[in-house]
Design a binder for this molecule. Structure first.
Ligand code: MG
Length: 276
């Protein structure tokens, strides 16, 4: 039987060895500002990454608002039972959408600002994944790297309709053109899914500045080589993207699962970090 909400709160004393999180971000070689934001909180079991857009530094504001709002929403709901995790993710992202949309309406210089978002929330041996835009979540399991999100881009839609080959998509001038983003409409259409988690899994959240510069094979190799030291893995991925051109801001957040985490058991009390 699943523990009730109150029992979950009373069991919020957690061990530090269930999972480890890490992350890194960089402006890259071309851009003047870093409009990506990311944060993670091992105690809450949440990682969030956002890639903002908009003039007058609106992109930085939008991505920071998204990450902060989502982090706050999950922290406020600490101990929420696993079955409500997808609803919690949807609600948190929707709240962030509303905040960004309202800020853009109220301040003309931020009109049109928006952001992508990717989040992973670990609860009850599952990962709840929410995304909008073209930031991605990957999972490394048993030597395989799997993309767990779908890009909300014009090119992805063309690929889906068979109008482009993967090779044509790679060089399409419409790459990066989003079909969905957070903060640009009163209501955001967010993808939310749940996947079962196994010890040994490594989850990677990244902005397009990473995967546009590095192929999945390079990401897989670096993650596999450095999975024992997540911070080193995150920094190495950013370094490699910079070495490959660094055309955009580059952000990476990583989670390695070390132990099962059923809902009625203790979970890792760890550090919070990130850049917003
Ligand atoms: Mg980007």
């Amino acid at each position: 039987m699943r523990p009730c909400f109150q029992e979950m709160i009373s069991e919020a004393v957690k061990s530090a060895d269930t999972w480890q999180f890490a992350g890194a971000t960089d402006t890259g070689q071309i851009r003047l500002h870093n409009e990506d934001s990311l944060a993670w909180d091992e105690k809450t079991g949440l990682l969030v990454l956002a890639d903002g857009m908009g003039g007058c530094r609106g992109g930085e504001i939008a991505s920071a608002l998204a990450v902060d709002t989502i982090m706050q929403a999950f922290r406020a709901a600490k101990g929420a039972p696993g079955p409500v995790a997808p609803l919690l993710a949807y609600t948190a992202v929707s709240r962030a959408n509303q905040k960004i949309f309202e800020a853009a309406q109220q301040q003309p210089q931020y009109q049109g600002m928006g952001t992508t978002v990717a989040l992973v929330y670990f609860c009850d041996n599952r990962a709840t994944i929410a995304s909008i835009g073209d930031s991605r979540v990957y999972r490394l399991r048993a030597g395989d790297l799997a993309q767990l999100t779908v890009d909300h881009t014009v090119v992805q839609e063309q690929l889906g309709r068979g109008e482009l080959s993967p090779e044509e998509a790679r060089y399409s001038p419409q790459r990066g053109l989003l079909t969905r983003a957070l903060g640009v409409d009163p209501v955001a259409e967010v993808d939310v899914r749940e996947v079962p988690v196994l010890p040994g899994d490594v989850y990677l959240l990244c902005s397009d500045g990473l995967y546009e510069m590095l192929g999945e094979r390079e990401i897989l190799i670096t993650l596999s080589l450095h999975s024992g030291d997540l911070q080193a893995a995150a920094e190495r991925l950013v370094q490699q993207a910079n070495a490959s051109g660094g055309y955009d801001n580059i952000s990476v957040a990583l989670a390695r699962i070390d132990k099962p985490f059923p809902a009625n058991r203790a979970r890792g009390a760890g550090a919070a970090g990130g850049r917003t």
